[in-house]
Write a new protein. Sequence first.
Length: 269
Amino acid sequence: LSLFLFWWSMEKYPFELRATPIPVIALVGQGKFQNAIKDALHEHNIKALCYDLSDPIAFSSPPKRQNYDGYVAKGILKANWMEKMINLNSSAVAIIIPWCNKEGRDDKGRQWHTREPDLVIAVDNIRKNFQHFRNPNHIVFIITLATGINLNETTCVEKIGAFRRKIECGEKYFFIVSEDDLSSSALLGTTTALKELSFNYYLEEARRLKKEKDLLSRKLQPLVFVRHHWKVAFLSEFRNDTHAALKYYTSTYGYLRDIPKEFQLQAKV
């Protein structure tokens, strides 16, 4: 009965307050490989959002200010920030590019030399939207070979190598996978790289907020000071860093109790 009452009482709160945050990754591309890697990421407790190459991808907004001089906060957190971080904003991207069939064409009959310019433009657009990431390498590229294609028996190696250099991607984050084997073990390298980049993103965001926090005046900007502690704690949960999350949540509620009276009417979560 007590467990039921606890569950019932928690149901009154928004999902983002009840759920344990897990990393969010964007899978850009088409084909059965997209579903295969989505399932593989799910096994690692990572949420994958599927997009087409032309779709806009939701990322967290870049920092809008260098300092908080004269800034008047309207509350502790902006509306829907937690919900967006849990459900929408991607921390890393996997761009899936199906290779040509045995006749050298894609499923629409186009040859590689006619597809490559459009792919380069699409990659460049995604990177531009990703510019606020301090590390530009939060993108993984995956070339998928159609069933029956042997990489060593075609000119794929030279063309794929030329494409990788054209998009300036290092070998560490560039994968070639055959649709003949889409098992979790075959995708382990890809999922591991995505998990690493995702964790790095949440760590970098937390570090950025810590640096901003150190420049804040707790007396003049109490709401922003509490906000930064809460965000660092929340971002730590995405990386399963329980120690850091507990430390900063505890600090958050401690500083929240100490907010001066003239700010208390604005203090809302």
